[in-house]
Design a protein around this ligand. Structure first.
Ligand code: ADP
Ligand code: MG
Length: 251
């Protein structure tokens, strides 16, 4: 049995003649919080697409709990315990916060027509706990559509956690959030680590610094380097890559 929850080994993805990922290697331990950064076009989203089975590599393999995911389809991989939060919030706007979470905790155990019929006591307790984790207890009966952008992001993160995935993939969760919401999101993701394994993609440096995790830097589909934020910032190859993109430069 491997010590890693997730391992990507020698992953290469081609779109036409272009290598979006090029011999990518990355390993994640259970309970770890990991941040993956890289300039636009580095391959960050493609890398998540490979884990979730949306994109299949032409070389390499992905192992989750020691088993290859290569031959598994997307919905099957989700059921194996990999949850993904996309960049823009995907909540059910016309349902209340509570009902959004009720759907999440029932998935995939109940048939769809029964999902909202009733929640049992155990489910109710879990929903209350999820609302408290993301500070939405007071919004239980509010329609998700009337939440702020930040609150929608938190609701969706809570929905993901409610599905009890073994691995949580979070793609650029703080785009469009206020500074305060960004800080709260970092604290939320940090609090989820340990009990959950969390992989976050972003390029907001203040956010990444606050996450205080191991950082993997992607460049041209390849891992440029890996380490804590302080080490990464001093790495000449990282500085060089980011100097080409002053608006995203590490400061
Ligand atoms: P990032 O998320 O780091 O900005 P992406 O993974 O979205 O980068 O993209 C990596 C590279 O692959 C980019 O050059 C992008 O244009 C290219 N790419 C991504 N998806 C496709 C696709 N479906 N077809 C062709 N090229 C793609
Ligand atoms: Mg992307």
């Amino acid at each position: 049995m491997t010590e890693f929850l997730l391992e990507l080994k020698g992953i290469t993805v081609k779109f036409g003649g272009f290598k979006a990922l090029d011999d990518l290697n990355l390993s994640l331990r259970t309970g770890e919080l990991r941040t993956v950064i890289g300039p636009n076009g580095a391959g960050k989203t493609t890398f998540l697409d490979v884990i979730t089975g949306k994109v299949k590599p032409i070389e390499g393999d992905v192992y989750f709990k020691g088993k290859s995911l290569l031959k598994q389809r997307e919905h099957r991989i989700a059921r194996l315990g990999i949850g993904r939060k996309f960049q823009s919030p995907r909540v059910f706007e016309k349902l209340s916060v509570f009902d959004n979470l009720a759907l999440a905790v029932a998935w995939p155990k109940k048939p769809i027509p029964l999902l909202l019929e009733s929640t049992n006591r155990a489910e109710h307790a879990r929903i209350d706990k999820l609302m408290s984790i993301v500070n939405l207890q007071a919004k239980s009966t509010v329609l998700a559509g009337s939440l702020s952008h930040g609150q929608k992001q938190w609701l969706e993160i809570a929905m993901l956690v409610g599905q009890k995935p073994d691995l949580l993939l979070v793609d650029e969760p703080v785009a469009g959030l206020t500074d305060e919401e960004t800080d709260l999101t970092a604290d939320l993701l940090k609090s989820l680590a340990g009990e959950n394994t969390v992989l976050v993609i972003d390029h907001d440096m203040d956010f990444i610094r606050r996450l205080d995790s191991t950082v993997t830097v992607l460049h041209q589909g390849h891992v440029l380097c890996e380490g804590d934020m302080e080490t990464i910032q001093k790495e000449p190859r990282v500085i060089e890559v980011y100097l080409g993109q002053p608006e995203e430069g590490i400061s």
